[in-house]
Write a protein that binds this ligand. Structure first.
Ligand code: FPP
Ligand code: MG
Length: 334
């Protein structure tokens, strides 16, 4: 099957549901753990690997539903680093399936451009066969200018591997003096993850009835709505997608509040950190440090010249920190 199958007409009931759902907030970014392919194959008396082929067909169908609903980013778990531990036959099958499907995607480049889909690969592709790496890189390259929607395919990915790689990168930067230890924050670590270009994950769907994340987007899903769906991935239907979106809409307000609180807390932590770092700057004379320290407690003196000078010093420190981080990140994103 193509990545862009022949469009099937929506029934009047589906059109009605879609019209009602899109009055409410529709998730911008949906992540999917496409689980249950092999159980589906067993259920249908197919060879186990054929379950993955059916799984791909379902992915193509689901992408079309998402595009129609105005979901602008979809992230799918296609192959985890853990999946390398499966039988060599199954791993080879999945690599071959991916080769075929990405080769097909390149043949269908007019359709990718027509639908405006930008493909990104998330994961350590150095673990994949060289020819597949090249196909993936080409798919990313030819679609990079497309703006309507983003498809992130997680390949040779686990969230913990991603977080470890980001931490390693930060540790090296500290060691080389590009950034300070105190510059490391949640925000900076996030900028070193594969998903740094992505919008927040609004809705994460897992099929097959399993209720765990299996090392998928662990950091990014902290404030996502989770939908665990009982059907096996090849059985996933447009109705399951509608139900998941409805579940998201029911939880929308709580999610927004949690995100806002997190932003406020991050800003507070950053202000505190800048203040303490500024106080520890060797350039700050002990005497003036003592006087500044007195000014930190809420006091009627808070508008005095000394307090203003303290605020300016903190701002100056924050500015320098931002410059350090910008220089470091420009190297990371090269
Ligand atoms: C999980 O089901 C599924 C996978 C490990 C592979 C998913 C891959 C696809 C749907 C094909 C995607 C292909 C491209 C080119 C993007 P499972 O194998 O764990 O099944 P089970 O839970 O029933 O054992
Ligand atoms: Mg599974």
């Amino acid at each position: 099957m193509s990545w862009f199958p022949q469009r099937r007409q929506r029934t009047w009931l589906q059109k009605g549901c879609e019209a009602i759902l899109t009055v409410g907030p529709v998730p911008k970014h949906v992540a999917i753990i496409m689980d249950g392919n092999r159980r589906f194959a067993v259920k249908k008396s197919l060879a186990k690997c054929e379950g993955h082929l059916k799984g791909f067909d379902k992915l193509a169908e689901t992408l079309e539903w998402c595009l129609d609903l105005g979901i602008s980013e979809v992230t799918v778990y296609a192959f985890s680093i853990e999946n390398f531990k499966r039988s060599s036959d199954e791993v080879s099958y999945l690599m071959e399936l991916s080769r075929q499907k990405f080769a097909k995607l390149l043949q269908e480049r007019d359709l990718i451009h027509k639908h405006g889909v930008c493909v990104r690969i998330i994961g350590d592709i150095s673990l994949l066969p060289r020819d597949l790496q090249e196909l993936l890189a080409e798919a990313v390259s030819i679609s990079s200018e497309n703006k309507r929607a983003i498809l992130n395919v997680c390949f040779a990915y686990t969230a913990r591997d991603d977080i470890c790689m980001a931490m390693r990168e930060l540790a090296i930067a500290v060691k080389e003096g590009q950034i300070k230890n105190s510059d490391i924050s949640e925000e900076l670590l996030e900028k070193c993850l594969y998903t740094s270009y992505s919008s927040p994950v609004d809705l994460l769907i897992r099929t097959s009835g399993e209720t765990r994340l299996s090392d998928f987007l662990l950091w990014e899903s902290s404030f996502s709505c989770l939908a665990f769906v009982k059907v096996l991935w090849p059985e996933f239907s447009i109705w399951h997608l509608y139900a998941a979106i409805l579940h998201y809409q029911r939880n929308y307000n709580k999610i927004q509040i949690a995100r806002q609180n997190q932003t406020i807390e991050r800003e507070r932590l950053q202000r505190d950190s800048d203040y303490h770092c500024m106080m520890e700057e060797p350039s700050l004379e002990t005497a003036s440090r003592d006087s500044i320290s007195c000014m930190t407690a809420p006091s009627p003196l808070s508008n005095t010249t000394e307090h203003k000078s303290m605020q300016e010093r903190v701002q100056q420190y924050a500015l320098e920190r931002e410059k350090r981080i910008e220089a470091f990140l420009s190297g990371v994103y090269e």
